[in-house]
Design a protein around this ligand. Structure first.
Ligand SMILES: [Cu+2]
Length: 312
């Protein structure tokens, strides 16, 4: 069933439980669809006009459909109380300690995702709506000592794997929805509200990219700009035709084909995205950002680089 649903790769710790709940719900729906469908056909046949020429005003005495409904209700209660509520409670009640987590403020706007990191001191500096400009989309008050080392990114979210990520989500304008499909996260961003959410990423973007890799025929047309070559391809005269992580272009494809290479390994260059899951305006389609899930070391290095920009 899971294969049938076409669920994307799971890169979060709570994902497998969520996926199995999705699978169970779909099994229930399949049984209901087939069961009630057959029952409907049966009643059409059983109560056909030739067998029942005169209307019966007392109805059927059989209790079968009642039993069926009670059974369905019991299964649904078990699903809600036994599976859905415990899962939900983990998400909203069992928040990890901020000390052990990567804490990020995410502020949605038409049509971008702004991410705010506390920097070295671990304290978010003051922000003020009056300070919001195109260069300072979060309105960070650099006069505030706590804000001096704060880092922000636009349409780019970075976090390390294997420890909790806590996100405080809000919106500047309309309702958006913060969706990280591979991390099984989706939460509405609502103006005037600061909504916390958390998850534990378990795969780095590199690992996800590797696991998504597929074979592509060099006779195919390159229709997407965000494909990456996933192997090194060397020509007969040992010139490099394409290196791993190069963007795949039509020129590269043609070159590879001419050299006699029939198929190549490709993957998504940015396999993980933030997607706005709420129709939030005309530019909704472009409200997406890249997600870099990294090793702790990679994340620390990234923070160093970002911090060095602040010095300038
Ligand atoms: Cu949006």
């Amino acid at each position: 069933m899971k294969e049938l649903l076409g669920l994307p790769i799971d890169a979060s710790a709570h994902g497998p439980e969520l996926d199995s709940l999705t699978v169970i719900v779909h099994w229930l729906m399949l049984v209901l669809f087939v069961g009630w469908g057959l029952y409907f056909l049966y009643t059409l046949f059983r109560f056909r006009q030739s067998r029942n020429p005169v209307a019966n005003y007392h109805g059927t005495k059989s209790k079968i459909s009642t039993y069926g409904e009670v059974a369905v209700a019991i299964v649904e209660i078990v699903l809600i109380v036994g599976f859905a509520v415990p899962l939900w409670s983990q998400r909203v009640d069992d928040f990890p300690d901020e000390k052990d987590a990567t804490v990020i403020r995410v502020v949605a706007e038409q049509f971008a995702w702004n991410a705010h990191y506390a920097g070295k001191d671990g304290i978010f500096g003051r922000t003020d709506i009056k300070l919001v400009t195109a260069e300072n989309p979060l309105g960070i008050d650099r006069e505030d000592p706590d804000a001096k080392d704060d880092i922000f990114t636009i349409n780019n979210l970075n976090f390390p794997v294997n420890k909790p990520v806590i996100i405080y989500l809000s919106s500047k304008d309309v309702i958006h929805s913060f969706g990280l499909p591979l991390f099984r996260v989706k939460q509405d961003a609502i103006p005037g509200e600061r909504i916390p959410l958390w998850f534990i990423p378990t795969m780095t973007s590199d690992e996800i990219r590797e696991s998504m890799t597929w074979e592509m025929s060099t006779s195919d047309t390159v229709r997407y700009q965000n494909l990456a070559v996933m192997d090194n391809y060397i020509g007969t005269d040992s010139t490099v035709l394409a290196s791993k992580r190069d963007f795949l272009t039509q020129e590269t494809m043609d070159l590879l084909k001419q050299t006699g290479i029939e198929s190549i390994k490709v993957s998504m260059d940015v396999p993980t995205e933030i997607a706005c899951a709420q129709l939030c305006g005309l530019g909704h389609f472009r409200m997406r950002g890249s997600v870099n899930s990294m090793t702790q070391q990679g994340f620390d290095e990234w923070l160093e680089v970002e911090a060095s920009y602040l010095q300038q």
